[in-house]
Structures are given as C-alpha cells and as structure tokens.
Unconditional design. Structure first.
Length: 291
C-alpha cells in the first residue's frame, strides 16, 4: 500500500519523471553540476544527485570511497508470508506483532493484511522472520555473502533442503499460529533468506552528491527503523532544499548533514544487538545442528 501511494504521488507530480529498469553505472561531478550514466549509455545532468540506491549503493562508493561497503552482520533472516486461509490454527488472528525467544533463536511474527489490504477474519496473511546465525557457511557457498559483504538474498528456489529440514525440525519451539506459518511456508517452498548487512555512515554528502536511506545507513532490521529513518532523511533533505536554486542547492546540503548523528546512533544501537546475538554460542544448539 505504501509503495502504491508513493508511486501515485510520483506519477502525478509534474516535476518527477520516473524511469524504470535503468541502472546507474557511473556518476561524476564538477563545479557546475553532477552527471549520471546508465547501463544503456544515457547520460543525465543535474544540480544534485541523490543516491537512494539501497544497501549496496553505487553512489556511496563516490561519497565514502574509503568505506564503500556495508558489512555482513553475521546472520541471516529466513522470511515467509502465508495466506491465513491456508492455516488451521485455533483461536483468533493475532492483533499485533510478537517477538519470540527460544534459546538462541529469535522469531518475529507479523499479522499482515491480505494482498487486497483486507484484515477481515481469514483474509489476512501471517508473516514471520527467523534470525539464524548458524547457516553462514551455506551463505558463502551460495555466493550470497562474499568477502564480508552481502551480495544478494537467497531466493526460495535456492534455499537448500537441509536448511528447510532444520527449520522444520526446530519450528516446534514456536507458539501458534507462528509455527503453523513457518511450516506452511516450508511446505510451499516459499522461504527467502536475507543475509543482514550493517553500515555506520561516515558522511552523507560529498559536494553535490548526497545519500538517503539504506545507501546512507544500514541498520539491522532488529531496530525496526530502517524504513522510517529513510523517510526522515527524505523529509530533512526536502526541508533543507526548499526554495533552493541551482546556485544555492549545494550549500543547503549542510542543513541535511544534521541527520548524520541520528543515523550513526541508530546503526550503532543495532550493531550492539548483532554483536551480542552472534557472540553467544550455546553448546546444546551446536550439538543439535551437528547431530
Ligand atoms: C528482513 C528485513 C526486515 C525489515 N524490517 C523493517 C521494519 O520492520 N521497519 C523498518 O522501518 N525497516 C525495516 N527494514 C529496512 C527497510 O526495508 C529498509 O530500510 C528500506 O527498504 C530502505 O529503503 P531504500 O529506499 O533506502 O532502499 P531499497 O528499498 O533497497 O531501494 C533501493 C533501490 O535502488 C535500486 N538501485 C540499486 N542500485 C541501483 C543502481 N545502480 N541504479 C539504479 N537503481 C539502483 C534498487 O533496485 C532498489 O529499488 C527491514 C529490512 C529487512 C532486510
């Protein structure tokens, strides 16, 4: 729904021109402006270039060349989402998200609207996110993590049967309906693996280049604030640039730089979770996985 609303706002704004399936492969700047080149050879020129290109940001490599990559945080999150209609758990639909702990495992359960936005009984979906720090060798084998950098997620069709069997075996530790949702996702072979990245920003601006969202900062999803803070970036940047023109725009970016401290704090708070989560090793768990 969010995406739909944003898309509608962009489509109806006279100054926004959306271009789809265009990959930026080069950026540059000089005293009078910035340029970007696409993989199809097009070149664009403007007063400013805003890098909103996510956790593997290309623009970041120009803003912070000394530290261009987000680090792998040391764990993966297995994700699934199933139609409530497919589940037969007893009792009413959960009304809010829940975080469950069991030994070293953490599971987020998320009641979500149906694809049509409906939250009527039986019409919604149940989502889950399972934190797992024991499957890192598999992530490296699949090329999802290389040299300490997250390269891509593990698509459902690429999740090994051994991982699905392990999740199935350990799902009994979770209460219903979350356990049912995990088991149904496994039965549907619809489990996505997202290796988690983290990036504490060094800076948000370099001349006429500026970063927002995950391009600027990558907090672990455990903070629950990655998307929110991306919107706060956009809002702060909009405020800083209100009424600016070609000459003043680059100077106005200084006001946006005030976001840096908040962004650093957010990622650091998530990193302390990641450190404590990946540091603990329970002997029972090791035995169970090894068996
Ligand atoms: C498992 C998980 C759970 C999460 N849960 C939450 C939560 O509960 N709450 C919350 O607030 N946040 C959450 N987040 C974080 C949230 O998803 C991100 O913070 C948010 O998506 C960042 O938005 P973005 O637009 O900066 O980057 P993205 O959503 O990654 O978008 C970047 C875009 O840039 C495009 N792109 C990349 N490179 C190029 C290029 N060279 N040229 C052109 N386009 C390019 C990509 O295709 C993509 O469309 C979660 C993240 C994960 C992984």
């Amino acid at each position: 729904m969010l995406r739909m609303n944003l898309r509608e706002a962009a489509d109806t704004h006279p100054l926004v021109h959306l271009r789809h399936r265009v990959r930026v492969v080069d950026v540059g700047q000089d005293e009078s402006g910035v340029s970007a080149a696409s993989d199809s050879g097009e070149r664009f020129r403007a007063d400013l270039l805003i890098g909103a290109d996510g956790h593997r940001s290309f623009v970041r490599s120009h803003v912070a060349p000394e530290r261009p990559n987000a680090d792998f945080a040391g764990y993966v999150i297995w994700l699934g989402m199933v139609e409530e209609l497919k589940l037969s758990y007893p009792g009413p639909r959960p009304s809010r998200w829940e975080m469950l702990h069991s030994g070293e495992s953490i599971l987020f359960g998320i009641p979500a609207p149906g694809a049509d936005g409906s939250t009527a009984p039986g019409r919604g979906r149940i989502g889950w996110a399972w934190y797992d720090k024991h499957s890192n060798p598999m992530l490296h084998e699949a090329g999802a993590v290389a040299n300490g950098v997250v390269q891509h997620s593990v698509r459902p069709e690429d999740v090994p049967e051994s991982i699905l069997a392990m999740l199935e075996q350990e799902a009994s530790q979770w209460s219903r309906p979350w356990r049912d949702a995990v088991l149904q996702s496994i039965a549907d072979r619809n489990v996505l693996g997202t290796p988690i990245a983290e990036y504490v920003p060094l800076r948000l601006i370099a001349g006429r280049l500026v970063l927002v969202g995950n391009a600027a900062h990558v907090p672990t999803p455990m903070t629950g604030q990655g998307f929110d803070s991306s919107l706060l970036d956009a809002e702060a940047l909009g405020r800083a640039l209100r009424g600016a023109d070609t000459t003043t725009a680059p100077h106005r970016l200084g006001d946006y730089d005030a976001r840096l401290r908040d962004a650093q704090r957010l990622v650091e708070s998530g990193k302390s979770f990641s450190r404590s989560y990946t540091a603990k090793e329970s002997p029972q768990h090791g035995q169970k996985r090894g068996a």
